[in-house]
Design a protein around this ligand. Structure first.
Ligand code: ATP
Ligand code: MG
Length: 299
């Protein structure tokens, strides 16, 4: 089982058409045909959108994405038009709403990995490859790879796991030229972001981008380089050979799988509400990532 414990109702705003309720973002279209991406405070873990929200998460994701989009603009154009709220929009959309160009999305999750973790580690341990790419002996959990790699995946519906696909399969599906463009853009953006994060004491282990086309122009879309789309590790405590502490959902996952939650994630039952201390600690981690990367204080 998976999905929403309780699927939120879309807002009724004059001039906006509700398009989609994603795990984290709600999508609307305005009368000009542009997209409004409203990031909620929803959190997903273990294939579920949890019944408890993390206050400020939507604003942190939105403001961090905006900060990165600007820093990356000379490498790749992005989908952001403005942060302007349409008349009649709920006041609490402020800071977590982006008006974006509506793109023809490329149906590939563009993942860049510079370090070994997650599904990459599992595959490496079994076959010394990640997404079919051969890697040297001697790497362990959290090791830096000899060079960053592009490991595309196909986007899953709510509740399903994304599925890694080979570069050749991506080229077959979307054409060799577009595949090459995606790989080039993904690795260029990853490389820039990794260096910026590293200067600020954060290791960008891996990250996922989504791209779309506006006519012939390849545009980076969705959210970028947030704790939801990336593995961030504190550089100070990085030590290959063990799981790295990270800025993302660790508190939530640890609590959900602990006896305290009373939840069995292999059961059909939805996850329980999060206790206040888990909410607070998770909120703190999102804000810490924002502050450490941008150098701005959150408030
Ligand atoms: P799902 O919608 O299946 O739950 P998700 O959890 O990734 O997937 P969200 O991140 O909550 O969804 O919602 C964002 C949605 O908007 C994604 O489906 C993403 O592909 C899409 N999207 C992002 N930017 C654009 C854009 N500029 N034009 C069109 N679609 C976009
Ligand atoms: Mg998404």
């Amino acid at each position: 089982m998976s999905g929403f414990v309780e699927k939120p109702e879309p807002q009724q705003v004059p001039g906006l058409t509700h398009l989609h309720t994603g795990k984290v973002r709600d999508l609307y279209q305005n009368e000009a045909g542009d997209l409004l991406m409203v990031a909620s405070d929803r959190m997903s873990a273990y294939d579920w959108v949890l019944p408890t929200e993390i206050p400020d998460k939507g604003r942190v994701l939105t403001q961090l994405s905006l900060w990165w989009f600007e820093l990356l603009a000379d490498l790749v154009p992005n989908h952001v038009i403005s942060e302007e709220l349409p008349e009649g929009a709920p006041a609490d959309w402020a800071g977590r709403t982006l008006v974006c160009r509506s793109l023809a999305m490329v149906p590939v999750e563009c993942v860049a990995r510079g370090y070994l973790a997650g599904s990459g580690l599992v595959e490496y341990n079994a076959s010394r490859t990640v997404c079919g790419l051969a890697l040297p002996e001697g790497l362990s959990n959290g090791s830096e790879l000899p060079a960053p790699i592009f490991t595309p995946a196909t986007k899953a519906a709510v509740g399903d796991h994304d599925e890694n696909v080979s570069y050749e399969e991506v080229a077959r599906r979307i054409g060799a030229e577009t595949a090459a463009q995606l790989r080039q853009a993904t690795l260029a953006v990853y490389g820039r972001a990794r260096d910026i994060a590293r200067e600020r004491g954060i290791i960008l282990a891996d990250t996922k981008f989504e791209f779309g086309f506006a006519g012939d122009e390849l545009v980076i879309a969705d959210e970028v380089l947030t704790p939801d789309s990336s593995r961030f590790w504190p550089a100070a405590t990085w030590e290959p050979g063990r799981a790295q502490p990270s800025y993302d959902k660790q508190y939530v996952r640890d609590w959900l799988t602990s006896p305290a939650s009373g939840w069995d994630r292999t059961s059909e039952r939805p996850p329980p509400a999060l206790p206040q201390e888990v909410v607070d600690a998770t909120r703190g981690k999102y804000i810490e990532a924002y502050e450490q990367l941008t150098g701005n204080s959150w408030s």
